[in-house]
Structure formats: C-alpha cells, structure tokens
Write a protein that binds this ligand. Structure first.
Ligand SMILES: [Zn+2]
Ligand SMILES: [Zn+2]
Length: 371
C-alpha cells in the first residue's frame, strides 16, 4: 500500500523562477537530459549572501538558468557565498566547479561524497575497464551490452564539471548557522556513500537530497567500483535511523518530485518495498539463477539499454543483502556466470507459493556510468 503524503506546493517553479518555501528558503528547478527530467535545487539566505544546495548537471543551459536566477529580484542582489552538495551524483555536483569559480565560493560536502566525486570526475573513470566488463559479464549481461561497454561510454565527466579543488567537510551532527537558523547535518547511506541532508528542527524543514524522495525510488546499486558492496544494508539502516532521529512533522524538500509531508510513512513504505523485493528474490531462487534472469522479479516494465546498469546494480544490491543475511548463496559456474540459490530451498519455495511478490517498480534517478 502506498503511503498518504501531502504536497503543500502543487505548482513547480518555472525555469529561472524561484518559489519561497519559508522565509529565506527558495526552491528552484532545472531540467535534466535523462529519463528523470528534473532536479530541485534550493537556496538559503544568509546575512551576507546565499547558500546554494545542489547545483544541476553540466551544460550551457544549466549555466544560463543559474544566471537568470542570480539576476532575479528574489536574491536581492546578494552574492552566492557557499555551495553545498548533498552527494556526488552528476545532477547534484555537475555545476559545483563552475559556481565555485564564478563566485569564489567554498564547497561544503561530506568527506565520502567529495572524494568519490573527485574519483568519478577523473579521466581514469571514463575508459572501458576489465573490472567493469567482468562484473557485468558475471551477472549475465548480453554480448551486445558488453561490446558497447568495451568501446567506452559517455563518462561521468560529460555530466559534471571538474569539482572544486578544495572543500569544507561536514560530518553527521555538525551544525551550520545560516542567518540565525540552525541547520543540522544528517547523513544517510546506500544511495551514495555519505549523503548529506540538512535539518532545521525549529522550523521543521528537511533538505533531503536523494535520501528521501516521495514518489520515485532512489537507486541503490552495487557498481563495478565495489563489486562486493552491500549498499542496501546501509540504505535500510539509514531509513530506520531517520525514523528515530528526524521528526515526522518536517516538510521534506527533496531533490526530485516536489516538497511533501509524511516522512515516516514514506520511510516505512520504502522499508516494506525493499522487504517485498528481498522476499520475492529469495522465492525466485529455489533453483540457481543469474542476476539477469532475476531482473523481471523486481522490474516489471521493459528496461531500456541505458537503464540496464542501474537496474542490474539494484538487483545485485538485493542479492548481496540476501547473501549477507545467509538467505542466498552464490557460485560461479564453469560458464563464468554467477548463480544465486536459496540456502533454504524449502523456505524459498514456501515464499514462492505464498505469492509474496514485489508489487512496485523502481525508477532510476541518474544514469550511472559503468565504473
Ligand atoms: Zn543521486
Ligand atoms: Zn538526484
């Protein structure tokens, strides 16, 4: 069952425009050349300038959009004084380097996100690498996919400017005073390694980035850069921790979709959504299966080629979580393919026959590169 959420701002900001969410808190929106076609950015007014929260993707149109925002009367002629990125994905950090140069404004991020962003932006990450080919081949990817990948793809650097050369670290629990408002750093994990949210407890506002989004489901993927990762454990832990640490009443300001109330209902829904996927996958592994064979278990719609690496990454994240819980085992057969099988086939068969399947599809929130 889907949770009942409230959306107090039915209109979205037009290009170049802002909507005031609370005094000194502006919402703006930029387009993305992806299946997910937009990102929400926010600006916080300080006494001597504006904080920019996330930056949009690389590209002339994003810059032009920023320039029209800078010229708008809502900014009152104040400069950008700081840039804060919630995490290292290109729709969030894509213009951080340009904004930082444009305003000589410092960048604030967590350490985990800053350094991974620097790695993704390096030319090393753009080339075809045997590690990635091995990772997707073991999952059962088609020859066509592997050949395309071996030619090298559109790299991360096409989507993000080089990042600023220095940063200011924010850790979980740190606070920022912005025009007398106390914003607390709340870190979540799983969608990215050390995702930063900002919480203003007094006014009940949570800048949630991609950590909590009301309608689409953030991608949680194992990627070739860490082929044995278990990001779903981090993701589920973070959701439970947010239920404890962040009040239900907050107005959530996400990076995609629109601002909403109903944080705890959304978190609980996501916990049960992934729980459904985990049970459905265990049930599908009464006999050994490759990751590609299992895709239809959690992705009901037909996947485009560009979505394959995100979909297979998310699927493997669920399989690794089941392995960590002792519910699945994995063997690499003579054909070079990894196959996953239930450690307790009787339990898996009971789950299968009980029809406890996944009910909701997952949507991707950015185009990952291969490594
Ligand atoms: Zn993201
Ligand atoms: Zn995003």
């Amino acid at each position: 069952m889907k949770p009942v959420l409230q959306y107090p701002f039915p209109e979205v900001p037009a290009p170049g425009q802002t909507i005031e969410i609370a005094p000194g808190v502006l919402w703006l929106r930029m387009s993305l050349p992806l299946a997910l076609d937009h990102i929400n950015l926010y600006m916080l007014e300080d006494v001597d300038g504006w904080w920019v929260i996330d930056t949009g993707m690389r590209g002339e149109s994003t810059r032009a959009h920023w320039e029209s925002v800078f010229a708008s009367p809502e900014l009152g002629g104040k400069p950008v004084k700081a840039i804060l990125c919630t995490h290292c994905h290109p729709d969030h950090i894509g213009q951080a380097g340009w904004l930082s140069e444009r305003w000589h404004a410092p960048l604030y991020m967590t350490g985990g996100e800053y350094f991974l962003g620097r790695v993704f932006c390096s030319p090393l990450s753009d080339g075809p690498l045997w590690e990635a080919l091995d990772f997707y081949a073991r999952a059962g990817a088609s020859q066509e996919f592997l050949e395309r990948m071996s030619k090298g793809g559109r790299g991360f650097s096409a989507m993000a400017e080089p990042m600023p050369r220095s940063f200011h670290r924010l850790n979980h629990g740190d606070t920022l005073d912005i025009a007398g408002h106390r914003w607390e750093a709340v870190v979540g994990r799983g969608h990215s390694p050390e995702h930063l949210c900002l919480l203003d407890r007094t006014r009940g506002l949570l800048l949630s980035g991609d950590q909590v989004i009301p309608i689409i489901t953030s991608n949680v993927s194992v990627m070739a850069i860490e082929p044995d990762g278990n990001p779903l454990a981090d993701w589920l832990d973070s959701h439970r921790r947010f239920l404890d640490e962040v009040p239900d009443e907050v107005l959530v300001l996400p990076a995609h979709n629109t601002p909403f109330r109903g944080l705890h209902a959304r978190l609980r829904h996501l916990l049960s959504h992934h729980g459904d996927h985990l049970r459905a996958l265990e049930a599908a592994c009464v006999e050994p299966r490759t990751a590609v064979e299992l895709l239809p278990v959690i992705f009901k719609r037909v996947l485009g080629a560009e979505q394959f690496s995100l979909a297979i990454g998310e699927l493997i994240a669920h399989l690794h979580h089941l392995m960590a819980e002792g519910r699945l085992g994995r063997e690499t057969a003579a054909d070079g393919l990894d196959r996953y099988a239930a450690t307790d086939p009787l339990r898996a068969a009971r789950l299968r026959d009980g029809g406890n399947g996944a009910e909701e599809d997952t949507l991707m929130d950015f185009e990952a590169q291969a490594v």
